[in-house]
Write a protein that binds this ligand. Structure first.
Ligand SMILES: [Fe+2]
Ligand SMILES: [Fe+2]
Length: 192
């Protein structure tokens, strides 16, 4: 039996991974001779992560997926405790990083290292987080979740419609933000 929420979770992970990779490339390149564009697009990308994965993806994992998996597969307890802690960390970290970016933009090069360190830690942690979910939590879910639990998950994740997956049109509210990212960010997320 195929479960729609599993596809959605994997799609959202790959679009987030693409976003992180694209941001990492931007940060490595640095502001160059177009600092306005550099800070604009990076800010838009961080804001997007704050709006989508942080508000729509993680809370549904923490509230619906993890408790169901834990019930059926108690051996996942350590992994799930760590993943829950990660969710708390990333939610706060994405704001902290937006603030550190502002420091770099407004105060200049002296703030570049502190931003880059926090950003790199955040990206590395996030990639590992998604790997752990895919390799430990999702397979456990496939073994033990009931049909009722799948239904609740499928319904909840179907509401996300993250346009970054390329499968949904952005909500009009996000249209401008989304276009701005796609036009200016480097591959794999954008055309810039
Ligand atoms: Fe997660
Ligand atoms: Fe996830």
């Amino acid at each position: 039996m195929k479960h729609r929420s599993l596809d959605i979770i994997r799609d959202e992970h790959s679009s987030l991974a693409a976003m992180l990779q694209s941001m990492r490339m931007l940060v490595e390149r640095g502001p160059g001779d177009d600092p306005k564009n550099f800070f604009d697009v990076l800010r838009a990308m961080l804001f997007y992560i704050d709006e989508f994965p942080e508000r729509l993806h993680h809370p549904k994992e923490t509230e619906l997926l993890f408790p169901a998996v834990l019930k059926g597969s108690p051996g996942t307890a350590d992994a799930i405790a760590r993943l829950d802690r990660d969710h708390e960390y990333t939610e706060k970290a994405v704001r902290d990083i937006q603030h550190l970016l502002l420091g770099w933009e407004l105060l200049g090069e002296s703030r570049r290292v502190i931003f880059t360190e926090a950003f790199t830690k955040y990206v590395d942690m996030y990639i590992e987080h998604m790997r752990m979910e895919e390799q430990e939590v999702l397979p456990a879910a496939e073994k033990t979740l009931s049909e009722a639990e799948w239904k609740a998950l499928d319904d909840a994740f179907a509401m996300n419609c993250d346009p970054l997956t390329g499968k949904y049109k952005p909500d009009p509210v996000y249209d401008r933000l989304f276009t701005r990212i796609v036009m200016r960010a480097p591959a794999p997320i954008g055309l810039g």
